[in-house]
Design a protein around this ligand. Structure first.
Ligand SMILES: NC(=O)C1=CN([C@@H]2O[C@H](COP(=O)(O)OP(=O)(O)OC[C@H]3O[C@@H](n4cnc5c(N)ncnc54)[C@H](OP(=O)(O)O)[C@@H]3O)[C@@H](O)[C@H]2O)C=CC1
Ligand SMILES: Nc1nc2c(ncn2[C@@H]2O[C@H](COP(=O)(O)O)[C@@H](O)[C@H]2O)c(=O)[nH]1
Length: 327
């Protein structure tokens, strides 16, 4: 295996500025036939997104992926979004009922614009079969498949018909896969992204391990078209989930989709829960992300996201935990 590194180990090298103001830098991205304001999507997790946030993001021109943990609400969600003239972007799993769900959508002529197949170990026949099932019944839907961490997996899912793949096994803030199984891209997610991107012929979503806004620029540099983020979007006024106050400070819960809090039982647990300090309004974070990314583009010596792809970089150090703690 080649030299590995993670977000915290990389610094991008500035190139001569061509803009007079960072406002001139364009952070928009085309993804699946639509243009979005940022190459960023909040994680499809129950403490990160709900129907209200999805509606807000779609209306404001951001990409979103609704989670799959309230399966009975998905049909109404698609109808509601499309009735408002907005795109519908949902998640599915791979169990038998999900095949019936896709069949039901086809029977009712309900076509979500984006469908994400969201399971832990996406390099599997179960995902390949689901990609084929969706592509057969809903050929117009843009299918994102994951999660994976190798070029072989990217190639196989693309070959099965996926329109984009999602890369990241175990780098998440509330993920304990890397500790419980010994596997994953935790500690070298950025290098894994580069490795996968070299094989990809379609867009990649880099998923997990983003700890700072600068990590978004680094993801683009190493081949991502879109970046999925959980922890930085947790703890907002709008965030779903419980709130608690300790010593006068407000905290909001953020738990893994494979945690016992999500599953309701302690079986095959690969996620944990944490309390995130209250961060205020979601829009403030989105605005700051956009400003920081505009600044990144200016340091790259360009005025579009594509400038980030060209910059040089140095490796400064390495640590497998990327600043995370076990508990
Ligand atoms: N990105 C990441 O690193 C990870 C993300 N997650 C998230 O947690 C949620 C739950 O994921 P998941 O448990 O896959 O979803 P599901 O509980 O829906 O499981 C999907 C199917 O895959 C099987 N499965 C799960 N893990 C494996 C594995 N390692 N090998 C073989 N089969 C497997 C399950 O069976 P059975 O349970 O009986 O094995 C089940 O049949 C998702 O949202 C996922 O994105 C979870 C872990 C890692
Ligand atoms: N191994 C696990 N990974 C999980 C779980 N729930 C979600 N996730 C992944 O984490 C990212 C978000 O990462 P962050 O670093 O931005 O917080 C999310 O998109 C999933 O891919 C889990 O229970 N276990």
């Amino acid at each position: 295996m080649r030299k590995v590194f993670d977000y915290e180990d990389i610094q991008l090298i500035p190139a001569k500025c061509i803009v007079k103001s960072r406002k001139e830098c364009d952070t928009t991205i085309e993804f699946g036939g639509r243009r979005f304001r940022l190459p960023v999507v909040p994680a499809n997790m129950q403490t990160i997104i709900d129907e209200k946030i999805a509606l807000y993001l779609a209306e404001k021109g951001y990409f979103y992926i609704m989670h799959r943990f309230k399966p009975e609400k998905r049909i109404d969600f698609i109808k509601d979004m499309q009735a408002r003239g907005l795109y519908a972007s949902i998640s599915v799993g791979v169990k038998n009922g999900e095949y019936d769900f896709i069949q039901q959508l086809a029977d009712e002529n309900l076509v979500p614009e984006y469908i994400t197949i969201d399971i832990a170990h996406g390099h599997s026949d179960s995902v390949i079969d689901m990609i084929k099932h969706i592509k057969k019944l809903l050929p117009e839907s843009f299918v994102i498949a994951g999660n994976v961490g190798t070029p072989e997996a990217v190639r196989e899912l693309e070959h099965a018909g996926a329109d984009a793949t999602k890369v990241g096994i175990g780098p998440g803030k509330v993920c304990i896969t890397k500790i419980k199984t010994g596997f994953g891209t935790g500690g070298w997610q950025l290098a894994a992204l580069r490795w996968c991107a070299k094989a990809a012929t379609k867009p990649i979503i880099a998923d997990g391990g983003i700890r700072t806004h600068g990590d978004i620029a680094k993801s683009i540099r190493f081949g991502a078209s879109m970046v999925m983020i959980g922890s930085l979007f947790a703890g907002h006024e709008e965030s779903p989930g419980e709130t608690k106050i300790v010593d006068g400070k407000i905290y909001k819960e953020y738990f893994g989709s494979a945690s016992e809090f999500q599953k309701g039982e302690r079986r095959n647990v690969e996620g944990k829960k944490m309390w995130v300090e209250y961060k205020g309004r979601l829009q403030n974070t989105l605005t700051e992300m956009e400003e920081d990314l505009q600044s990144s583009i200016s340091y790259a010596g360009g005025n579009k996201l594509s400038a980030l792809r060209q910059v040089d970089y140095v490796i400064v150090k390495n640590s497998i935990f990327n600043g995370d703690k076990i508990y």
